[in-house]
Design a protein around this ligand. Structure first.
Ligand code: 9D3
Length: 262
């Protein structure tokens, strides 16, 4: 007999552009998992919670300045619709913002291990600070560049999390990801033909000498990381110095110091 379906990992997105969802998340890996009921996606229109006849969601900033601010009353009502205030709310409330803490894989993993997430995708200059305080919103950025809104950033968060949900990735892939040391960039990949447009594949890869191949890949990964990502390289070298022989989780090395969230 078939076992009962586990309740899906549950994502709600609060946005002024709900029609942007699922967008690219309806395709490929995440889309298949969505159709299979591994996760659910609920895009909620913040404007549905406006109270005046103009359905306004924003207002001018106190103290003056450019741009508009998302009203606290409207956003709070929208949050209430998916995470009722004072009730047991087990899903973390994240607010996509260019001033947020940069998203890292450890946080993605934590989200995937939980019941779901509520994502608030802002437009305008920002949202009223008092909602952030009152609801304990965790502000998250996806990197140091300027987007025109939080929706694409919300999709990035969801894509990163959903691929980690049980049954979404292949078992082999997930196992490889689990055991992967983490702080090195990937070595270069090659497939047939062995020569293409006058460019040969590195001969060691055709040698059939597995240890030599592994050593070459390790060296290329380290070289790439050192040159391209000195920040990751510093983590890697610190980890190699402190890690117990036989290997511990190198993500656990105390290089990231800003994990205790206020
Ligand atoms: C001049 C002040 N601007 C901050 C750089 C205001 C502003 C610009 C763009 C406020 C919001 C936005 C829209 N961006 C996001 O909502 C956003 C974002 C981003 O722009 N970069 C990286 N991660 C994220 S998460 C949400």
């Amino acid at each position: 007999m078939s076992r009962p379906m586990p309740s899906p990992w549950c994502a709600s997105v609060l946005t002024l552009f709900p029609e942007m969802f699922p967008g690219p998340l309806g395709q490929s890996l995440a889309g298949r998992a969505l159709a299979a009921g591994v996760w659910s996606l609920d895009a909620v229109n913040i404007r549905d919670f406006a109270t005046d006849r103009h359905r306004s969601v924003d207002d001018t900033p106190f103290g003056g300045g450019a741009g508009m601010v998302l009203r606290p009353d409207v956003l709070d009502a929208a949050i209430d619709a998916v995470a009722p205030n004072g009730r047991m709310n087990d899903r973390p409330l994240l607010c996509l913002s260019p001033r947020g803490r940069p998203l890292v894989q450890a946080e993605v993993r934590d989200l995937a291990a939980g019941p779901g997430v509520v994502l608030i995708a802002g437009r305008y200059e920002g949202i009223d600070e008092r909602v952030i305080e009152a609801r304990g919103l965790r502000e998250v950025s996806i990197g140091d560049y300027v987007l025109s809104g939080g929706e694409l950033a919300a999709m990035v968060v969801l894509d990163a999390v959903v691929r980690l949900l049980p049954g979404v990735m292949g078992a082999a892939e997930s196992a490889a990801e689990e055991s992967f040391a983490g702080h090195l960039l990937e070595y270069p990949h090659y497939t047939r033909p062995a020569e293409w447009q006058g460019r040969a594949v590195p001969p060691v890869l055709l040698s059939g000498h597995h240890e030599a191949v592994a050593a070459w890949r390790q060296a290329r990964a380290e070289e790439l990381t050192r040159i391209r990502r000195p920040d990751l390289w510093a983590v890697h070298t610190a980890a190699s110095r402190t890690a117990a022989p036989g290997g511990t989780d190198q993500f656990a090395v105390p290089v990231v110091t800003d994990r205790a969230r206020p």
